[in-house]
Design a protein around this ligand. Structure first.
Ligand SMILES: Nc1ncnc2c1ncn2[C@@H]1O[C@H](COP(=O)(O)OP(=O)(O)OP(=O)(O)O)[C@@H](O)[C@H]1O
Length: 219
């Protein structure tokens, strides 16, 4: 059981409140949706949860351990953020292998299995990243986030650049991640996808939490 407790978190950047006094608790086996217009703070909140930036005020605890104090990063996390930092001259497989070498938890077979799971065929495993289409790049980013079966899966706009079949595949992957017990955080502009997949949806406006929908009920 994994929990993320966000307690009174504020993030100020260049004098602007990009996150303003947000408190929410997320737990494993749930998909938590983040909704809001461009610039409302969804990506910032995800970066805070991942320990990539630290709050100006408030605390974020992963399983009761304070991020930035007791732990630097969540122990088991996979993240898809906009513009993943993959290497152009490496193939899709080589990029994931390099990423996997950080933790050394999975082998080549598991990497290949994940590539297939996101719809990248054997030919594309061995294609250089710079030759990838936008949709292929997005699929590789999703593969990178889920390949180690982490406790926490953070997906920022995972359906970007994907065709209809790709969107369906991502929806299926998110359901599978939830079923295996992951704590999934999903930011998505497509409200239908959020309504379909998320157990709780938090609506952000100018960095503040303005409403919450829990399994269809808005408060
Ligand atoms: N490096 C930065 N320095 C200062 N402000 C920033 C920085 N990065 C983002 N911001 C600001 O933080 C706010 C929240 O941005 P964020 O990217 O979290 O929004 P978002 O909800 O994810 O938007 P989108 O839907 O466009 O992805 C915006 O006002 C943005 O201008």
């Amino acid at each position: 059981m994994t929990t993320i407790q966000i307690e009174g978190v504020t993030k100020k950047l260049k004098g602007v409140f990009v996150i303003n006094n947000v408190s929410i608790t997320l737990s494993s086996g749930n998909v938590t949706g983040l909704r809001g217009v461009n610039g409302s703070g969804k990506t910032m909140l995800m970066r805070l949860m991942a320990g990539l930036i630290l709050p100006t005020k408030g605390t974020i605890k992963i399983d009761d351990k304070i991020l930035g104090k007791e732990i630097t990063f969540p122990e088991s996390i996979g993240i898809l953020l906009e513009n993943p930092a993959f290497l152009d001259s490496y193939t899709g497989f080589q990029n994931l292998k390099m990423l996997a070498s950080i933790r050394n938890k999975i082998d080549d077979v598991q990497i290949k299995h994940t590539l297939e799971k996101v719809g990248l065929d054997v030919e594309s495993h061995n294609k250089k990243y710079k030759k990838y289409s936008l949709g292929m790049k997005q699929r590789l980013g999703i593969a990178g986030a889920i390949m180690e079966q982490p406790d926490i899966v953070i997906l920022d706009e995972p359906t970007n650049s994907l065709d209809t079949a790709g969107v369906e595949l991502v929806k299926q992957i998110i359901r599978q991640e939830k079923e295996r017990g992951a704590l999934v955080v999903l930011a998505c502009h497509d409200t239908d996808i959020l309504d379909e997949l998320a157990d709780d949806i938090y609506y952000l406006e100018n960095g503040s939490l303005v409403s919450t929908t829990t399994r269809g009920q808005t408060v």
